[in-house]
Design a protein around this ligand. Sequence first.
Ligand code: PHE
Length: 344
Amino acid sequence: MLEHLKDLHAQALEELNRIDNPRELELWRVQYLGKKSSLTQSLRSLAALPLEERREVGAQANEIKTALESILAEKQRLLQETFLSSSRESGTLDVTLPGRPLPTGRTHPTTQILEEICDAFKSMGFQVIEGPDVEWDYYNFEALNMPQHHPARDMMATFWVDTGVSGKARLLRTHTSPMQIRLMEKERPPIRAIVPGRVYRYEATDATHESMFYQVEGLAVDKGITLADLKGTLFDFCRCIFGEERKVRFRCDYFPFVEPGVEVAISCLACSGTGCRLCGNSGWIEILGAGMVHPDVLARVDIDPGIYSGFAFGMGVERIPMLRYGIDDIRLFYGNDLRFLRQF
Ligand code: PHE
């Protein structure tokens, strides 16, 4: 048996020496290392041998197998090299031809801007937290000072998931503000967090309305937080996202869960304030709603409004790339038209 293996080894090496092309090399591999090769067969028939012999023959066969495998790899590399250099010389291989491009994916424009927004707030010490898309009426409305039949509910046409007794019905959140409540229920001040996420509105879609879009909510609660902190935070944010030269405007607005409430606008990106079609000739573009967390909201989550105060803000996300790149239809974002998506 041992003799036979030795002969086999010598024969294999000798044949390999004469081989000069990949096709023959493959035949050689099948003959000496393939499933039906006598080497593999002898390894298989080991079980039938007496123990002593089995050890010796097994070790020998394995050694030969490893040796043949490594010399095969070496030969493959050599043949490949000779092939490349000879075709380079004969001119059949043009190494200057450009390669075939691989199709590459990319991040969605919404994802890109979300990352930018999160980075801006992270650098100011905010945590990034996410919450559920399917939400209780309680968090989406009631806890935010919008009890049943409150007129402000009509501003956000709602997809109801089910109906139930007051506060217990489920819905697709119409804004990210319910996360203000969840955050304050779970954590005690100081709180500083932003919440990116999808929101849903039961509305007819058009160039500026989608039934699903993204918002980023912000919340800061601590002792001694004032409107000046809100202003400083949002001014910094706007300059970071829209450029140092942007002007930022605060004006009174109403949201049931903040007092006072403000609307924040930036000087128009197209005309820088002189008035154009993009800003409806006003020179300003509204980008978010904000305000000081309403004392009743704080009290509802057991945070004493006599000791603590906070600010909150919420912004639409798609609006930002729309302004930046002059995209005039929000429906393009989720229409999955690759011609649109490939531009970002
Ligand atoms: N949730 C409000 C909206 O969707 C925005 C907002 C958030 C306003 C936080 C004030 C404070 O319109």
